[in-house]
Ligand binder design. Structure first.
Ligand code: ZN
Ligand code: ZN
Ligand code: ZN
Length: 602
């Protein structure tokens, strides 16, 4: 595809002697022509039209009329749909901008649940009681299974009904945990680092200061959280106009092939690098808990996780308000996450000769002795011993903090910086470009493939423990968990982290804001040519007039994707022209509000 794009076909090369052109009409000539499919996709991307829109069937419950409407796919990764991912990124930018220097507390006061919701929840409570009662009522095991299945079906139906109400979130966790609750000793929960500990004030807004000229300053911060060193890596070190020597003694340019790779691969701690990546999300959680406790107010943040060149995840956050830098450093030094898993320091078995499944014992057994290693439960029980230690402790390494002033270019630049890579896969921005970088990537990935990703990971067999929920067919080294994949390199947490009271709005709210602004300009005229906008807005209103379901591609009233794309592109071009005209007409009136909002609708 990319090669075809490079070849101009509309205008023949002026100097045809220098380029060997295939005979017109030959197969080679046909193969050079641009693909219609690519042209359509490129056009859609140019005009910001979703390249794989979903067709939804909308049924008007008042009139019974059904109609096919389109909604953008809403992908967050550019690899899936560039226009949608870009739109998502611009909304993120808008969200961060709006929340960063808020002067008033964002209003997030949910409504009281209505009687309809409470009635459903009441029935749900009875079902839960019945489900528990089945365990104790006298009946045969088969009867019990049948009874449970019945109740679970009823619960599933009720949960669906609840999902259609205005209720936000879920009453119960998604998956039912059938195992008996394990009592953890309180010693485990200590986890409290040596930090000042203040009661957390509900305030989320930073302090304002009055300047000499009477202007109010509302300073805030940009922080970068980085994992500790796993061994020295080749680095480009700039000291003003000079390049300082790297650990290896050489001076590396900014595009040197060895950048980010270990100075000494044999001593680089790949195990810790892998484990830190796996548990980084939890470390971040702890960090924010610690920050709030030590600061004594409900500190709000918005940021994103990225991969450093050495392939370690790190995070940039905008923080509302300021904290003393010394305190931040102290908190970073004291932040850690303990992994209370069975020990997995030394492998007991290799990937080539792992324990084998024994049907009679319903357990994995040593291939020679046929003795089963301890079960997950037994291994956890052993952790209750007074002298047991966590299997791993992940720590935060360094923090860099900068003060940012509201409304400055610095603030705007920081927002772009934080959101720069959110439409890319985590590993996309750290793609290895040289053999050295590729070797480093592969070595880290190899380490990740034999570490346990979760209690149910097949890799536990390598460390002589039966995984939780053990079953036949587990392949150590072949666990399909996300942690082990090349696209994550261990980090499977959320890429974008925005605290609940950042702007008091969700991304969907910001999207709706933009839409109402566009509607206001167009005064209702053309805004509705974008049917999917209307459909989504109706949904956002919580209006129950329409019911939505996915339309099937083979339905007679669903045109082929290509036709739908062409129409959407045309609609977008006309709509944009109308918007431009309207904008010019109302330029004076709107200019005050247009500035902060326009990037998201462009
Ligand atoms: Zn899309
Ligand atoms: Zn070096
Ligand atoms: Zn796994």
């Amino acid at each position: 595809m990319s090669q075809l794009e490079l070849i101009p076909t509309a205008t023949p090369a002026p100097d045809s002697a220098s380029v060997e052109r295939p005979r017109p009409g030959s197969r080679a000539d046909r193969m050079r022509k641009p693909l219609a499919r690519d042209a359509l996709k490129q056009l859609a991307e140019q005009h910001g039209v979703c390249v794989r829109p979903l067709a939804l069937r909308r049924t008007d419950t008042a009139t019974g009329v059904t109609e096919v409407v389109e909604v953008p796919c809403g992908a967050t990764l550019a690899a899936k749909c560039k226009p949608c991912a870009e739109r998502g990124r611009r909304l993120r930018i808008q969200q961060i901008r709006e929340g960063w220097h808020l002067a008033d507390e964002p209003a997030v006061r949910p409504d009281k649940p209505g009687e309809d919701v409470l009635a459903l929840a009441r029935v749900r409570a009875h079902l839960e009681f019945e489900r528990e009662a089945v365990q104790y009522q006298p009946m045969t095991p088969d009867e019990r299974v049948a009874h449970l299945a019945e109740i679970d079906a009823a619960i599933a139906e009720l949960d669906e009904a609840l999902a259609e109400t205005s209720l936000r979130g879920h009453l119960t966790p998604k998956d039912r945990d059938e195992r008996p609750r394990r009592k953890r000793s309180t010693r485990r929960r200590q986890d409290s680092p040596d930090l000042p500990r203040l009661p957390v004030d509900p305030r989320t807004v930073g302090r304002a200061y009055s300047g000499k000229t009477g202007k109010t300053h509302r300073p805030s911060m940009l922080v970068t959280l980085t994992l500790g060193s796993h061994g020295p890596v080749h680095s480009h070190l700039r000291r003003g106009p000079y390049i300082a020597p790297c650990e290896c003694g050489q001076r590396h340019g900014p595009h040197d092939d060895v950048l980010g790779t270990p100075v000494d691969p044999t001593t680089y701690d790949y195990r810790r690098a892998a484990l830190d990546a796996i548990h980084f999300a939890r470390v971040l959680d702890r960090w924010w808990q610690n920050v709030r406790r030590a600061a004594g107010w409900n500190v709000q943040y918005a940021g994103a996780v990225e991969l450093q060149r050495r392939l370690a995840p790190h995070a940039h956050f905008a923080i509302r308000g300021t904290l003393p830098r010394r305190l931040l450093k102290q908190i970073a030094a004291a932040t850690y996450h303990q992994v209370w898993w069975p020990s997995f320091n030394e492998p007991v078995y290799s990937v080539d000769k792992p324990p084998v499944w024994d049907v009679d014992q319903q357990a994995y057994v040593d291939p020679k002795t046929r003795a089963p290693p301890p079960t997950w439960g037994e291994a956890l029980d052993a952790l209750e011993e007074p002298d047991s230690r966590p299997a791993y402790v992940a720590r935060l390494g360094r923090i860099d903090a900068r003060g940012i002033e509201q409304g400055t270019r610095d603030a705007e630049r920081s927002i772009r910086y934080v959101t720069k890579y959110v439409t890319k896969d985590l590993t996309d921005q750290a793609k290895p470009r040289s053999d050295a970088q590729k070797a480093h990537f592969d070595r880290l990935h190899a380490e990740l493939s034999v570490l346990p990703c979760s209690p149910t990971c097949a890799n536990w067999l390598l460390y002589g423990v039966q995984p939780d929920g053990v079953k036949a067919g587990l392949t150590p080294g072949g666990c399909t968990g996300k942690v082990h994949q090349r696209s994550t390199l261990g980090f499977t947490g959320r890429r974008v982290l925005v605290s609940r009271q950042w702007s008091g709005k969700t991304l969907a709210d910001h999207r709706a804001d933009n839409r109402s602004w566009v509607r206001a300009i167009l005064a209702g005229g053309m805004a509705d040519t974008e049917e999917h906008d209307q459909a989504a807005a109706d949904e956002a209103d919580g209006s129950t007039r329409y019911r939505f379901e996915l339309a099937r591609p083979e339905d007679p009233d669903v045109p082929p994707l290509e036709h739908r794309l062409l129409r959407a592109i045309s609609a977008r071009i006309r709509w944009r022209a109308d918007l431009d005209t309207a904008r010019q007409r109302t330029a004076g009136a709107v200019s005050a509000t247009a500035a902060p909002l326009s990037p998201a609708v462009r």
